[in-house]
Design a protein around this ligand. Structure first.
Ligand code: PLP
Length: 399
């Protein structure tokens, strides 16, 4: 089928919960994607960081095929031969003691919320039903009712109440506001090391370090949502590594599935994740051997191919190149590693228009909110490909 027919089907049958660019991806390999007409595009968004390894990485496809022929899904009523090794390798790589596998990012965030609350009641003696979790304004942690309950973005919330109580917001990046907001029943502070969805907002230097100190001093768990920033994206394995801090819980997803399938996990201390008792939490597909086999290989590839270091190098090249364009349309270029936001001035007419022009030039990216374009190519991108992309960005900004 050709692009117009496929777009027509979406128009007719799809719920309108997305507003995609009018491009259909029929196949992809590494950093490149093709539409049904054979036009080639550079994927400069990577499925919001799910595609850190690039599309259809051969080693990961091989792991998927091998495991699919062996056994793909088992009941959690039994053990499977991939889950134990996966959890061990994930814990060893991240330096944590225990892990709990789920499927999507939102499920893993929900898992971290449940763990923090149960820990508060059982280990800290918070009165039942009173646990409070602090999050940040402009956060993005997923789309479940509980998670949008503490969103500050009307588009994520309006029409979906009533909401889950027990959350409180502080301004992102303001550690002293965190210190002031902590009360006797506060069990956790949930934070993105960089806010990707809200426009690649990088907090002030030292924010996470200070938050770690405050949480430790006050007996509050630090929970880092590294679903988008983790697994090499920002130039380190985890974005928290830039500030040398270790959260009590880290939420991972997206790239954990190597760009092939959904798998997420919460990793952390045994003191916190150990609170779950049999029957209290779970997921039919969580920890299935197919996803675990792919995730194990994805973690190996991350190390073997030095993806974090390459993200640091290519990210520096990309940000320097963007800044050197000196475009009057650009207000700010910011980010870390290969998570880069270009904020346009209000007079530029919005980021959407700019993304549509880049699409015509063969570069796929997407606006986030009104005025920010997020650039987040697969971490396997080469220096010459960054130059190729910069040339397209230069052309579009000049026109
Ligand atoms: C994508 C994302 C999520 C939600 O993950 P899903 O797999 O879409 O449920 C949560 N937190 C952050 C920071 C994300 O980028």
């Amino acid at each position: 089928m050709r692009t117009p027919e496929l777009l027509g089907m979406m128009d007719r049958y799809s719920a309108r919960n997305y507003h995609p660019l009018p491009v259909v991806i029929e196949r992809a390999s590494g950093i490149w994607a093709w539409d049904p007409e054979g036009n080639r595009y550079l994927d400069f968004l990577s499925c919001y960081s799910a595609m850190n390894h690039g599309h259809c990485h051969p080693a990961l496809v091989a792991a998927l095929e091998k495991q699919a022929r062996l056994v793909a899904v088992t009941s959690r009523a039994f053990h499977n031969a991939e889950l134990g090794p996966f959890l061990k390798e994930l814990c060893e790589l991240t330096g944590h003691e225990m892990a709990l596998p789920m499927n999507t990012g939102a499920e893993a965030v929900e898992t971290a919320i449940k763990a923090a609350r149960a820990w508060g009641y059982r280990e800290r003696g918070v009165p039942d039903g009173q646990a409070e979790i602090i999050a940040c304004t402009d956060n993005f942690h997923g789309r479940t009712v509980t998670i949008v309950s503490f969103s500050s973005e009307p588009a994520y919330r309006d029409g979906f109440g009533p909401f889950t109580p027990g959350f409180r917001l502080i301004p992102y990046g303001d550690a002293e506001a965190l210190a002031r907001a902590i009360g006797p029943h506060t069990v956790a502070f949930l934070v993105e090391p960089i806010q990707g969805e809200s426009g690649v907002r990088v907090p002030p230097e030292g924010f996470l370090r200070r938050a770690r100190e405050i949480c430790s001093a006050r007996g509050v768990l630090l929970v880092a949502d590294e679903i988008q920033t983790g697994l090499g994206r920002t130039g380190r394995l985890l974005c928290c590594d830039h500030e040398g801090i270790k959260p009590d819980l880290v939420v991972l997803g997206k790239a954990l599935g190597g760009g092939l399938l959904p798998i997420s996990a919460v990793v952390g201390s045994a003191a916190v994740l150990g609170v779950f008792r049999p029957g209290e939490h779970g997921s039919t597909f969580g920890g299935n051997p197919l996803a675990c086999a792919v995730a194990r290989r994805a973690l190996q590839v991350l190390v073997e191919e030095r993806l974090a270091q390459r993200a640091a190098e290519r990210g520096a090249q990309l940000m320097a190149g963007l800044r050197a364009l000196h475009s009057p349309h650009v207000k700010e270029v910011r980010g870390r590693g290969l998570l880069v936001g270009v904020e346009l001035v209000p007079q530029a007419g919005g980021a959407r228009r700019f993304c549509e022009s880049l699409m015509s030039e063969g570069l796929l990216c997407k606006e986030t909110h009104q005025d920010v374009v997020r650039f987040a190519p697969p971490l396997v991108i080469g220096p010459e490909d960054i130059d190729w992309a910069l040339e397209r960005v230069r052309r579009v900004l000049a026109s």
